[in-house]
Design a protein around this ligand. Structure first.
Ligand SMILES: Nc1ncnc2c1ncn2[C@@H]1O[C@H](COP(=O)(O)OP(=O)(O)OP(=O)(O)O)[C@@H](O)[C@H]1O
Ligand SMILES: [Mg+2]
Length: 497
């Protein structure tokens, strides 16, 4: 005699450990189903029950007929088994997410308000012996249901033993944040997704979309579209990158940075069938993650035809890409990651330099009105001006009143400094390649000893004075510039090894 492939009580107990990472990951299955049922409103409610939190998810989607409803709570009971056009395909989401949190799940569904049908799954009753689900029967809607439309579904979880001891308020807060991010694209598309009556904020990890609670990043490059053909399936993967405005946001407090989502917001957001299924450090090859990498973002989207290549499991909360897929995507994704890391690093370094020079700039600008006004600049169409324009475009925007700006750059075998006049701005450019910078200035700039900041500022102001006097002489007399070149060379000889 053969034996059953499933030993029901043990199977049901084990099925509870499908591995949903959080309540939100489990609820996401119910939201998926509602979206696929064309719901435009999905209301999640977390309340107090007799034995801890109770949850229900109500949608105004198409509802289920009796034969669909009868199968909805069966493992494998999908009306779209194997489908690759939307989110659901395994026939596992509803029963396994429900059991992972609750001992009792009820599904109410209606296609006319006066004919609400119910199926339920009570783990304890099933364990006690009644090994079959009862067919759908007519009932009233659960009391918590609000404004039921002509069609819809409520999934209700009670005896949520996995949530015992947790406060509904804090569960609702976490749910709202998490679902808002997971289903951001649908919310932007018009879906009303609420938790305990409040709309879930559509968090955008790329910080690009102005409809998100925090935004202000800039798209980096065009969307990459990568056709992928693997032994396990094919489809087109899309990758979008964004760059956070370092200059604008680096001064925010730690709390603000956390609120905006700068810290702890990095990594690749992986989207499947329009909803987020994982976040992590994917397709980066050898590149290790550093704190600079908080300042750029990546979103990778793939269609369900690539589920096997991405290693998506039926709980839809994690990917484990195959080595074939990793090989296919890494060259593209990691190349952009390297470029963005470099840009962010340079932006931070520029800011550090900016901060270092700021006291001398303020000092030099404040005495400007006491000094003889500088003659109007002759021309700024030099190679140096072009280089500055390309690397520090904001530096060439003339100020409202005369000022002095100091920057630094590797100018190679050039004098100690160069100068540019841009309308009423005097721009002094320290040459970081000159031995005077490297031996006299850089050690002071790196030092935290008392008095070093002042000595450093005096060197900066000496250079500003030299630059200003050169500018004060306008186009003539001839020889001023040659004189600077000459003494810089002599100084280099005198102080190098
Ligand atoms: N809110 C809903 N509205 C209408 N039909 C639903 C709803 N929830 C579930 N169903 C029906 O119940 C079936 C089972 O849902 P379940 O989530 O278990 O599987 P699935 O969505 O088909 O696949 P997956 O395991 O990938 O989620 C669905 O195929 C669908 O027909
Ligand atoms: Mg589903």
């Amino acid at each position: 005699m053969g034996s059953s492939i499933v030993t029901l009580p043990e199977f049901l107990q084990s099925a509870r450990h499908a591995g949903y990472q959080s309540l939100a990951h489990a609820i996401a299955e119910l939201v998926d189903n509602a979206i696929q049922a064309e719901a435009s409103t999905i209301a999640v409610r977390v309340g107090h029950g007799a034995s801890g939190p109770e949850i229900d998810v109500q949608d105004d989607g198409v509802g289920m007929d009796d034969s669909t409803l009868a199968r909805a709570l069966c493992f494998g009971g999908s009306s779209r088994y194997g489908d690759r056009s939307g989110m659901g395909r395994f026939g596992m989401g509803l029963p396994s997410s429900s059991l992972s949190q609750a001992r009792c799940v009820e599904v109410y569904s209606w296609r006319a308000t006066n004919r609400v049908r119910l199926v339920r799954f009570d783990l304890d009753e099933l364990l006690a012996g009644s090994q079959e689900l009862e067919p759908p029967r007519s009932v009233d809607l659960p009391p918590a249901a609000t404004a039921p439309g002509p069609r819809g579904t409520v999934v209700r979880w009670t005896r949520c033993d996995q949530l015992a001891g947790q406060r509904p308020g804090s569960l609702a807060r976490d749910l709202s944040r998490s679902l808002g991010r997971t289903f951001r694209r649908f919310i932007w598309g018009g879906l009303a997704l609420t938790v305990n009556g409040a709309a879930c904020p559509p968090l955008d990890p790329l910080l690009l979309d102005p409809r998100a609670p925090a935004s202000g990043a800039v798209r980096f490059g065009a969307q990459l579209r990568l056709p992928v053909r693997t032994a396990l399936g094919e489809g087109t993967v899309a990758a979008v990158f964004s760059e956070l405005p370092v200059q604008l946001w680096h001064g925010l407090s730690l709390a603000e940075k956390r609120r905006v989502g700068i810290t702890k917001g990095g990594g690749v957001s992986v989207m499947r069938a329009e909803r987020e299924v994982d976040v992590g450090w994917f397709f980066m090859g050898e590149k290790r993650r550093e704190s600079y990498d908080d300042w750029w973002r990546c979103e990778i989207s793939f269609p369900p035809t690539l589920d096997e290549a991405f290693g998506l499991t039926y709980t839809k909360q994690q990917i484990r890409p195959t080595s074939e897929l990793i090989e296919a995507l890494t060259p593209y994704v990691s190349a952009v990651a390297h470029a963005l890391n470099g840009r962010v690093r340079r932006a931070h370094q520029t800011l550090q330099v900016r901060e270092r020079f700021s006291a001398s700039e303020v000092r030099a600008t404040s005495v400007e009105s006491r000094l003889r006004p500088l003659p109007a600049p002759t021309s700024t169409t030099s190679a140096l001006a072009a280089r500055v324009a390309a690397r520090w475009p904001d530096v060439l925007v003339p100020p409202a009143s005369p000022d002095v700006r100091i920057i630094e750059d590797d100018l190679g075998p050039a004098p100690v400094f160069e100068l540019l006049q841009v309308k009423n701005r005097l721009l002094v450019i320290w040459n970081t390649a000159h031995p005077f910078y490297q031996r006299a200035y850089a050690p002071l700039a790196a030092s935290s000893e008392p008095g070093s900041a002042q000595r450093r500022a005096h060197l900066e102001l000496l250079v500003v004075a030299l630059a200003r006097e050169e500018a004060a002489r306008g186009a003539g007399p001839p020889g001023v510039e040659e004189f600077r070149h000459a003494w810089s060379e002599t100084l280099a000889e005198l102080i190098k090894d």
